[in-house]
Design a protein around this ligand. Structure first.
Ligand code: NG6
Ligand code: CA
Length: 535
């Protein structure tokens, strides 16, 4: 990661940001919990129309709150969406990208990336901390940890959420399909035995693929799975389909090489429960002061390993089981807020970092078992794509003290959560300090149906698209059209020709109107160029 030197004006902005304190007394500040569900699709919740899964706890949140139909993450993948939510800046303004197989220019951080947020940047955690909040993050991080060049998993982990405004953190460093498969609490790996140090590599093999071997897998079982390499691996519980074949941990092959740290390894079927408990503990500890909790669940993301209470329970395979598990987690949270008497004065937001995906590195049968369930709802494609299923996501907000239950079709982008939530907390100047985040609290609180004028998204290969009113433009690109590593393969929306859709009349983006409406095309193209050029 590049560390930048800041000029005087940037420094002045940062100082202004840091000194900008809330004028509200503590008792008036609402608590804020953002449940950031991984890979949850527009059609994955019963309150968004799903017929084959039931999500009673999320539905309760929607019934008691405001459900948005036109809310967007800033990307169709995880790292950039989370980065923008936390910093109020589009991730594509940064230059760090990686490759996934043959797809280049991808902003999916490997598990040993350094912290992708500069410690001098404004963040939502800093803005709310300045306003008097206790700030915590629990769950999947995937924004890098440690300095550029490598994380010290065996010592004090610096360049962590604690350096960008969080008081407390309990993290899965990247994803469950990326090593290291350990939790990090504040500055340290949880449960690490110092005599068995962790080593991680994303470049060259270290150790033996099955060196961390799980004895409960049937001994001697051999699974041949990779049609390209014809490699065979012993003792895997879950068949990988591409790339997820570098270290077997708990019987599940993962991306990246890891040795050591045996005592610290998480148990995959207990991740959800562990995160829920850590989140509830944070609420307990902070019940008497205003708090901000960024709660990033992992359930739907691969490898999908539901806990015992959910495995096989949904009737539509593992994909439905992990949705049930996510919903249970939301129930735990809502019950806890009730129990602590904090329901009225707590803002709860539930949204997702990107759209849904089926088999994504593992043959877990998600797609074959769907049985009529449609994760993207009526939208085209899902995770990784520039089409609507990629970044248009469920978005629900509940704040009983201030928000009347209902539905909103206001355009809203997660990039605005920083400025908007800071404004609600009395810090009205946050939008002046961040590049892209703006204060849309009338729309977020359901007081206005007029949201953002436009929203911008990036797909897996960093192609940009812009939605304004009924129209959507996807910039032309030479990047590959398909992500062939998913099953079914994903049309990423990359096309050498510019694409223009009327998403109000044609929500499934079937008809490219670029040639028919050249003025509209020009308007959106010019607007996108202006946004890109903004400093
Ligand atoms: C991709 C992985 C996918 C998933 C994704 C990250 C391959 C072929 N696919 O690179 O399995 O881990 O990264 O998802 O390696 S995200 O939601 O965190 O962006
Ligand atoms: Ca994701």
């Amino acid at each position: 990661m590049k560390r930048r030197f800041f000029n005087i004006s940037t420094l002045a902005l940062i100082l202004a940001f840091v000194s900008c304190k809330s004028k509200k007394p503590h008792s008036e500040l609402p608590n804020i919990v953002v449940v950031y569900v991984d890979d949850l699709g527009y059609g994955d919740l019963s309150c968004y129309g799903a017929m084959h899964v039931k999500t009673p706890h999320v539905d309760r949140l929607a019934e008691e709150g405001m459900l948005f139909t036109h809310a967007y993450a800033t990307a169709a993948i995880c790292t950039p969406s989370r980065y923008s939510f936390l910093t109020g800046k589009y991730h594509w303004r940064n230059t760090t990208t990686w490759s996934v197989g043959k797809i280049k220019g991808v902003s999916i951080a490997p598990g040993n990336a350094g912290l992708t947020i500069d410690t001098a940047q404004p963040t939502i955690a800093k803005a709310l901390k300045q306003a008097g909040y206790a700030t915590g993050v629990v769950g999947k991080w995937h924004l890098g940890l440690g300095p550029a060049g490598g994380t010290n998993w065996n010592g004090e982990i610096t360049f962590s959420p604690l350096d960008i405004g969080f008081d407390y953190s309990f993290l899965m460093p990247a994803t469950a399909d990326r090593v290291p498969c350990v939790f990090v609490e504040n500055h340290r790996v949880v449960g690490l035995d110092p005599t068995d140090p962790i080593e991680v590599s994303y470049d060259k093999p270290i150790g033996d693929i099955s060196s961390i071997y799980n004895p409960d897998v049937t001994p001697g079982e051999i699974v041949s799975y990779d049609t390209n390499t014809k490699k065979q691996y012993p003792n895997v519980k879950m068949r990988p389909s591409f790339g997820h074949d570098q270290t077997i941990i708990n019987g599940i092959p993962r991306i990246g090489y890891m040795t050591g740290g045996k005592a610290a390894l998480w148990k995959d079927d207990e991740i959800a429960e562990t995160f829920a408990q850590k989140a509830l503990d944070f609420l307990d500890r902070n019940k008497d002061n205003p708090f901000f909790l960024y709660f990033a669940t992992h359930d739907l993301h691969v490898p999908r390993v539901p806990g015992k209470a959910f495995a096989g329970k949904s009737g539509i395979g593992v994909y439905g089981d992990v949705i049930m598990q996510m919903d249970w987690t939301v129930g735990q949270l809502l019950n806890k807020l009730d129990e602590l008497g904090l329901r009225e004065k707590t803002i709860v937001i539930l949204t997702s970092d990107n759209g849904p995906v089926m088999d994504d590195g593992y043959r877990d049968g998600s797609y074959d078992n769907l049985n009529g369930h449609n994760p993207s709802g009526n939208l085209r494609e899902g995770k990784y794509s520039a089409y609507e299923g990629g970044a248009r996501v469920p978005f629900i907000i509940r704040w009983p003290a201030k928000i009347k239950p209902g539905k909103s079709d206001a355009l809203f982008s997660q990039v605005d959560l920083l400025a908007t939530l800071a404004s609600i907390a009395g810090n009205k100047d946050a939008d002046k300090q961040t590049t892209d985040s703006r204060d849309y609290h009338p729309a977020l609180l359901g007081k206005s149906n007029k949201g953002r004028e436009y929203v911008v998204q990036q797909n897996m290969s960093s192609t940009l698209s812009i939605v304004k009113g009924d129209w959507k433009y996807i910039e032309p690109t030479d990047k590959p059209q398909f992500n062939l590593y998913t099953y079914p393969k994903t049309d990423m929306g990359n096309n050498k020709q510019p694409q223009l859709f009327n998403i109000a009349e044609d929500p499934r983006e079937k008809e490219n109107l670029a040639e028919k409406y050249p003025d509209k095309l020009k308007e959106l193209k010019t607007l996108l160029t202006e946004i890109k050029n903004k400093k």
